[in-house]
Design a protein around this ligand. Structure first.
Ligand code: C5P
Length: 241
């Protein structure tokens, strides 16, 4: 690793632990290096294995992004954020569509903890298109709605949003250098796209303004996951952003 690397002490790759049980997840985790990646635990794994598993990952020196996308009344979300922060996670998230007051309550709750994880929001789920947005009563153009929700997220004092790398350029330009952009839909060149339709390479995503890359199957399904992780790391390591 060179001293100029943007990866130094701050791995940009977040490996998505999309597993149904602890044993399968740990089999993968035991092959990974916490100096090269963080880990994302979502609703499936967390619901199956619970908070002790998060503590296991943290004890193994991994930064954990707890991807539970809280969306509820402000008081409930605030308490959930406190509980997540107290687990020692590195990052957690809420739904921006929960509104300004909900996000402000989440912000205040996280600020009151000793760990103060990075707090981000989901804008519009990428599974939604213009038609599905219209069906829930939102007539705004999808890209504008994403920008509106990201702007509201910043106004609430949150640290950033989850977004497609394809949205990163405009969000970076509109919301500034310090806003954290976490981007899934990443595929190294020559790797299977799986069910992702709009993919971007790790290097391009970072060039387009992404702060962190969420990567699942290109690493978790690789014959040698550590080798796949190292290859992506190498692909990005000399980027000067
Ligand atoms: O295997 P793959 O790299 O496609 O995994 C991407 C991860 O990012 C999965 O956990 C998926 O749920 C998540 N994600 C996504 N698109 C979003 C938000 C999250 O692919 N818009």
């Amino acid at each position: 690793m060179t001293n100029t690397s943007i990866f130094k002490n701050d791995p940009k790759i977040i490996v998505a632990l999309d597993y149904a049980d602890a044993a399968s997840a740990l089999k993968l985790v035991n092959q990974l290096d916490p100096a090269l990646c963080r880990l994302k635990v979502g609703k499936e794994l967390f619901t199956a294995v619970g908070p002790q598993f998060i503590e296991t990952l943290i004890r193994a020196n991994f930064g954990v992004f707890l991807d539970l996308k809280f969306h509820d009344i402000p008081n409930t979300v605030a308490k959930a954020c406190t509980a997540a922060s107290n687990l020692g996670v590195w990052m957690l998230n809420v739904h921006a569509s929960g509104g300004l007051e909900m996000m402000q309550a989440a912000r205040a709750a996280v600020n009151n903890t000793t760990t103060k994880p990075i707090l981000i929001a989901v804008t519009v789920l990428t599974s939604m298109n213009q038609a599905s947005l219209n069906k829930i009563g939102i007539q705004t153009d999808l890209a504008t709605h994403v920008l509106n929700l990201a702007t509201l997220t910043k106004e609430a004092g949150l640290d950033g949003v989850v977004c497609s790398a394809l949205e990163a350029q405009i969000l970076r330009a509109e919301l500034g250098k310090a806003f954290c952009l976490v981007t899934p839909g990443i595929r190294p060149a020559n790797v299977n796209q799986d069910d992702q339709s709009r993919v971007v390479t790790p290097r391009d995503a970072l060039n387009m303004g992404a702060s962190y890359l969420v990567i699942g199957r290109p690493i978790t399904k690789a014959t040698d996951p550590l080798k796949a992780l190292e290859a992506i790391h190498q692909e990005c390591i000399n980027l000067k952003l």
